[in-house]
Design a protein around this ligand. Structure first.
Ligand code: MLT
Length: 303
C-alpha cells in the first residue's frame, strides 16, 4: 500500500521522482489547471508547486476540506502561495531556500558580462547582417562597483563571485551581513555609487526601483533584476531607458508573467530572459532533493 499521495503539479526532478516511487510514495506529476485541481486536490496529502500554480484561498479551502496537510514550494519565492491563509487552515508551507542561489548568481553574472560588452545587441545585429565593431566598445567588470539590493543567500553568493572578479561590492539590506570586503550602505548610497545594480529582495508591496529611486542611478549604470517583477516600477524603468537616463537593464522577472510588457522586452537597452534564474539542471536537482527531504520529514512525523 502507498503511504502517501503527492501531487507535483509543476513537475519534479527525474531522479527525485524515481526515489519517491521507491519509497512507496505515490507521486503524480500531471499538471492540473485550476478547476480540475480544485477537484483533484482531495486525493493528495502533499502538493508540490513551482511558480506556475497559484495556491490561493479557493485552492486552500479545497485542501482544508480534504486531506492535504503540506504545500511545498520547489523554489524560494512564496509569492504564489497565500501563506497566511494556509496557516489559518493548519496547512504547513515549506520552500527550498538552499538550492538555487548559485544558479541565480551565475545568471546575473552572465547578464553583467552581457551588458558590459553588448553581447545581446551584437548578436542580434550581426544576425541582421550588420558588422558594428566600432559601436560595441564595452567595459571590463574588474574594478567596477556592484551594488546589491537584498543581501540574503543569492545576494551573498553573487557578491563572492563579483569579489573574485576584482569588483567592489556594496549592498543594502535591513540586516547587514558579516561578509568580508562587502560594504553595507543605505539604498540611496548603493544606487548612487554602483556601476551595476542587482536586485535580490523578495516580492515587495511597492516597487523599490521607481521614478524617484531611478534618479539616483548614474547614467552609466546597468540595472539587473532576477528577483521578482514587482520590485521595479516597469513604466518608470521604460521611461528611464527611453530617455537614456541609465545605460541599460537586464530582466529575468516581470510584473505580468508569462506575458510581460512588450515594449520593455523589445527595448534595445533591455536584455530579457523568461524567469530562468533557477533553471539549471544542478539547481533543479538540488531543489528536488530539498523537496524530497520535506516529504520524508512529513512521512516520519506522520507514521
Ligand atoms: C524562485 O523563487 O525559486 C525562483 O524565482 C525560481 C522559480 O520560481 O522558477
Amino acid at each position: 500500500m502507498k503511504l502517501l499521495n503527492v501531487l507535483a503539479n509543476d513537475g519534479i526532478d527525474k531522479e527525485v521522482f524515481e526515489i519517491l516511487k521507491n519509497q512507496q510514495i505515490n507521486i503524480d506529476t500531471t499538471h492540473y489547471e485550476k478547476e480540475e485541481l480544485l477537484h483533484k486536490i482531495n486525493d493528495f496529502d502533499i502538493l508540490v508547486v513551482r511558480s506556475a500554480t497559484k495556491v490561493d484561498k479557493e485552492l486552500i479551502d479545497a485542501m482544508a476540506k480534504g486531506k492535504t496537510k503540506l504545500i511545498i514550494r520547489a523554489g524560494v519565492g512564496l509569492d504564489n502561495i497565500d501563506t497566511a491563509y494556509a496557516a489559518e487552515k493548519n496547512i504547513a508551507v515549506k520552500n527550498t531556500p538552499n538550492s538555487s542561489a548559485n544558479a541565480v548568481a551565475e545568471l546575473v553574472l552572465g547578464q553583467m558580462f552581457n551588458l558590459a560588452r553588448f553581447l545581446n545587441l551584437a548578436n542580434i545585429t550581426m544576425k541582421q547582417g550588420e558588422w558594428n565593431k566600432k559601436a560595441y566598445t564595452g567595459m571590463e567588470l574588474e574594478g567596477k562597483t556592484l551594488g546589491i539590493v537584498g543581501f540574503g543567500r543569492i545576494g551573498q553568493t553573487l557578491a563572492k563571485k563579483a569579489l573574485a572578479l576584482g569588483m567592489n561590492v556594496i549592498y543594502f539590506d535591513l540586516y547587514p551581513a558579516n561578509l568580508e570586503n562587502c560594504t553595507s550602505l543605505s539604498l540611496k548610497e548603493v544606487l548612487k555609487n554602483a556601476d551595476f545594480i542587482s536586485l535580490h529582495t523578495t516580492a515587495t508591496e511597492k516597487p523599490v526601483i521607481n521614478q524617484e529611486t531611478l534618479n539616483y542611478l548614474k547614467p552609466s549604470a546597468f540595472l539587473i533584476n532576477a528577483s521578482r517583477g514587482n520590485v521595479i516600477d516597469e513604466k518608470a524603468l521604460l521611461k528611464a531607458l527611453n530617455e537614456q537616463r541609465i545605460a541599460g537593464a537586464a530582466l529575468d522577472v516581470f510584473v505580468n508573467e508569462p506575458t510581460p510588457n512588450e515594449e520593455l522586452c523589445l527595448h534595445p537597452l533591455c536584455s530579457v530572459t523568461p524567469h530562468i534564474g533557477a533553471a539549471t539542471a544542478e539547481a533543479q536537482n538540488r531543489i528536488g532533493k530539498e523537496v524530497l527531504q520535506h516529504i520524508l520529514d512529513y512521512l516520519k512525523g506522520n507514521k
